[in-house]
Design a protein around this ligand. Sequence first.
Ligand code: OSB
Ligand code: MG
Length: 368
Amino acid sequence: LTIEAAEILLVRLPLKFRFETSFGVQTEKLVPLLVLHGGGLQGVSEGTMEWAPMYREETVAGGLHLLREVFLPRVLGKTFANPEALNAALGSFRGNRMARAMVEMAAWDLWARTLDTPLGALLGGHKTEVEVGVSLGIQPDEAATVEMVRRHVEQGYRRIKLKIKPGWDLQPVRATREAFPGIRLTVDANSAYTLADTGRLRALDDFDLTYIEQPLAWDDLVDHATLQGRVRTPLCLDESVASAQDARKGLAIGAGGVINIKVARVGGHAEARRVHDVAQAFGAPVWCGGMLESGVGRAHNIHLSTLPGFTLPGDTSSASRYWETDVIEEPLEAVDGLMTVPQGPGTGVTLNRDFVGRVSELYEEHRA
Ligand code: OSB
Ligand code: MG
C-alpha cells in the first residue's frame, strides 16, 4: 500500500429536503473528498464533519487543515503493510477522528482495490444487501410528520427514526405510533436533553420505540447510564462513542443497549470494526449511522454494514432522497428497505469526475 499522491476536493451539494435536528437546520452539505493514489489505482473517502462544530467538535475547515499540514505529510511517498499500519502513522494524534478517517477510509478503498476485493468482504462482512431505514427531520406539525412517515413506510424502509427536541418529542411520536402501530420506530435527540428531562423521556416508554438515540450530552456516558436506569426503552449511543474504548466503557456502565456506529466518527473502518466487536461481546446490537453522506461516504457505510453484528437497519437510505446529482456515477438505491452492496473492488463506486470537476470549490494535489 504505497501512497503516491493525494487530491483534496470540496463539493457543496444542495439537499432536496430541509433537514431540521435539535442542533439546527441543514439545506446543503459541504462535502470534502480525499483521493489517494497508488499503483495506478485510487481510493476515495468523504469527510463527514459539519461546516461548524454542531454535531461533534470537528469542522470541515479544521479537517482540511489537518490533512494538509499534519496527516498527508505523514503518509505521502510512504509504503504501508495495510491500512491499519497507515493509521498507526497517525496514531499519536489526539481526537479529530473524522479528519483521520478521511485518510484511513481512502486507504481501505485503495487497499481493497489493490487486492481486487470488495471492501465489505475485506472487513469480514458477508451480506450482499443490507437493511436500511430513514432518519426524518423535525416537521412543522403532527400531520406533516405522519405524511412524511407514510411516504417512507410505503417505500419499504425498515425503520423510521424521528428527530426530536425539547418541546417536539411526545407529539410527533404519539401521532406516528397511532397512525402506524406496527412499524419499527425510533427517535434521535442529538444531545438536546438533560437528566432534568427524565420524566419526558420516560413518557416515551409508552410508544414501543426500538431505542432512544443520544438523548444526553455529546460527551457524556455517565448520565446516560443514570437515565438508562430510569427508562425501559434501550438508549442508543451515537455522539458519545468516539472509539472502541468508549463503547466498552459505555456498555460496561449500562449507558445504553445499542450503538450507532458511524465509521468516520470513530476514526475509520478498523476502529468501527472494533466497536462492532466490543458490542458483540456485550450482546448489544449495532447499526450504521449516516451523516447525509454523498455517494462516496454512503458506499463506505454500506460495506461496513455487511459485518454480522449490524442487526438493526441503518441510516443509509437511497442517495436520490438527498441529491439531484451525486458525486459518484452509480445509483445507490434501496428497494423495499434493502440496499444492494455495490459490486466490484473497493467501495465499488466511481467518482463522477465530470460533475465533481465542474462544481468543486477547491482542488489541491499533494505529493511527497
Ligand atoms: O445524529 O444520526 C445523526 C445527520 C447529520 C448529523 C447527525 C445525524 C444525522 C442523521 C441523518 O440522522 C442520517 C442520514 O440520513 O444520513
Ligand atoms: Mg444520531
